[in-house]
Design a protein around this ligand. Structure first.
Ligand code: SAM
Length: 269
């Protein structure tokens, strides 16, 4: 039997389609989301409705964004869901989430994300952090490790620092390939991202923060002093509590922000 046909739909690789098919895992994810009536729930990539159906049962209405035309069409005719759903057929990476915000009702975004675009999609979503209450995503386990990593570890990188700049990161659940049709080649995990109401380490200039973080992780083997040569002197680094001979991958979020804010005040971008 083909293992890429589920409920009469042939999974499309280019859309990262791996459909959840394990009731225990689905229950675990829905409990973690804990949807309640009146909340502003938004699902990215509802697919064949594995999460949409149980979440939809708890609420009167919700929003979904689906790129696959056939799947969006199926949802329009879904016997239970059709009347509850507002369906946006299109690319979540280009979607302006501010259009979904209602006064006093921030977005609760969730999805079993297409793994091929999960990282750029999260960067896109961070732009809307002020309008988001929380996000629950199924991702590759490696990506969840990166989101939750601490300085000095292999998994610590640009995604870690930028995610932790905006959000509290809470790994929720590990998921084996057998929970999906077709099974992905990698292990998966669910993570909760909760944007801070007040950023713990705000930057005065996101462009500088983006630059110091990118440069730091593009040159992991260099010392901090060499990595930021021409931008920050050793004495300046020491004032921030940074040893100039350490590697950028040992810098904390707070230290990256200190460098960015000093550069914002003292350098042309
Ligand atoms: N939620 C379903 C489940 O758990 O069984 C499907 C998950 S599947 C991993 C990813 C879903 O995202 C598919 O339905 C796919 O068509 C959709 N998708 C892929 N790229 C997308 C994009 N750029 N914007 C919105 N949806 C997308």
């Amino acid at each position: 039997m083909r293992n890429d046909v589920h409920m009469g739909h042939k999974a499309r690789k280019r859309f990262g389609q791996n459909f959840l098919n394990d009731p225990y895992i689905i229950d675990g994810i829905v409990s973690a989301i804990n949807p309640l009536p009146g909340q502003n729930l938004v699902e990215i990539g509802p697919g064949l409705g594995a999460l949409t159906e149980p979440v939809g049962r708890e609420v009167d209405k919700m929003t979904v964004i689906e790129l696959d035309r056939d799947l969006a069409e199926r949802l329009r005719h879904h016997p239970e869901l059709a009347k509850k759903l507002t369906i946006h057929e299109g690319d979540a990476m280009r979607f302006d989430f501010t259009q979904l915000v209602q006064e006093g009702n921030k977005l609760r975004i969730f999805g079993n994300l297409p793994y091929n675009i999960s990282t750029p999609l999260m960067f896109h979503l961070f732009e809307f952090h002020k309008d988001v209450q929380d996000m629950h995503f199924m991702l590759q386990k490696e990506v969840v490790k990166r989101l939750a990593a601490g300085p000095g570890t292999k998994a610590y990188g640009r995604l870690t620092v930028m995610a932790q700049y905006f959000c509290k990161v809470v790994p929720v659940l590990e998921v084996p390939p057998t929970a999906f049709v077709p099974p992905p080649k990698v292990d998966s995990a669910v993570v909760r991202l909760v944007p801070y109401e007040t950023l713990p380490h705000p930057t005065t200039n996101m462009k500088w923060l983006d630059r110091v973080v990118r440069e730091g992780f593009n040159q992991r083997r260099k010392t901090v002093r060499n990595c930021y040569k021409g931008l920050l002197e050793a004495e300046q680094l020491e004032e921030f509590g940074i040893n100039p001979t350490m590697r950028p991958e040992n810098l904390t979020l707070e230290q990256f922000v200190k460098m960015a804010n000093w550069l914002d005040a003292n350098h042309e971008a």
